[in-house]
Write a protein that binds this ligand. Sequence first.
Ligand SMILES: *[C@@H]1O[C@H](CO)[C@@H](O)[C@H](O)[C@H]1NC(C)=O
Length: 356
Amino acid sequence: MASPRHLLKLSGALLLLCVGVCVARNSDFSIVGYSEEDLSSIDRLVELFEKWLAKHQKAYASFEEKLHKFEVFKDNLKHIDKINREVTSYWLGLNEFADLTNDEFKAAYLGLNAAPARRGSSRSFRYEDVSASDLPKSVDWRKKGAVTEVKNQGQCGSCWAFSTVAAVEGINAIVTGNLTALSEQELIDCSVDGNSGCNGGLMDYAFSYIASSGGLHTEEAYPYLMEEGSCGDGKKAESEAVTISGFEDVPANDEQALIKALAHQPVSVAIEASGRHFQFYSGGVFDGPCGAQLDHGVAAVGYGSDKGKGHDYIIVRNSWGAEWGEKGYIRMKRGTSNGEGLCGINKMASYPTKDK
Ligand SMILES: *[C@@H]1O[C@H](CO)[C@@H](O)[C@H](O)[C@H]1NC(C)=O
C-alpha cells in the first residue's frame, strides 16, 4: 500500500490533470506511446496516464480503482522501457493493455483449449511433395487480396474462431476470387462440439463444423457480439454460406512443412501469447521470450525476411484490433533452432481445404 502522504500528493496531481484532459487528447503519441521525458517525474507520469486514458477512452468506476490502475500502468511502463533498452529486434509500446496486469490480460484475451487428443488422425498433408526450391522467398497473402481487415475479439476467449475464420476467408478468396469477411459469431454460437465459445476452443473442431454444417455466413449477416448466444440467434440476414471441403494438419514441429502450406494459403496456427512481451509487442521481428504452452489461436498469412538484419519471420495476424502490434500483425522469427518454433508456432498448424 502507498503511504497516505503519497496518495494525497498523487490524487492532487490526478485531480489537476483531469482538468487538462482535453488539452492532452490532441497530442502526438510516438510509436511506443511515451518519451524519455515522460519517465522523469511523477507529474509527467500522471500526465502520460491521463493522455493514455483519453486515447483509449478508459473510465474507471472509482478514484481508488484509478489509483490502482495507475500503479499497474507505471509497472507496465517500467517493463516496456526496460525491454526497449535491452532488445533491438523488436519494441514494446503502451497499447490498450497497459492498465492490465499480465494475469488480467491472460484471463481475458486468449482462448485456445489445446486438446492433447487432436492429432493422430490419418489425414493427409497435401503440400508434402512441394519442393523446397520451388518455394517463393516471401509470401504476403494480404497483398494478394486473401486477407480481410484485422478484427478484434475483445474480452472473449474466442481467438480460435478468429483464427479459423481468417484461414477460411483466405482459401475462399484464393479459390473463388471473392474476399468476404465471415462470421466468428456463428462459430461461437454453433460450433459447440469440442469448442466452448468465449471459454476457448480449437481451430480443427471449427473447421470440422464448417465442413459438415454447410458453411459459414458472412460477418455482415451474422455479426460479432463478443458473447455466446444460441445457434442462429445472432443472425441478422440471409447470405450465401461459404463452404469448405475439409481440413488438414501440418505435420507438427516441422517449420519447412508450415512454410510449404503457407506458400499456398493462410494457415491457422497456435502459439503461446500470454507473455508480458507479447502483451505489449508494438513492432519489429519478435524473437521471444515465450514458451510453447499453446494458449492462443492466430493466423499465419505470409513469411519473409528482414533484409537489413537478416531475420527471417512469419507474418501472423492477431485478433486484438489494429492498434496492437504492426497494425494488428506480428512478425515472428522463424528458423530458430527449436523444432516447435518460436512460441510453439510449428506445433499445431492446420488449414481448410476447398475444392474448386
Ligand atoms: C462474395 O461472397 C459473398 C458470400 O458468399 C456473397 O454474399 C457475395 O455476393 C459475393 N460477391 C461476389 C462479387 O460474388
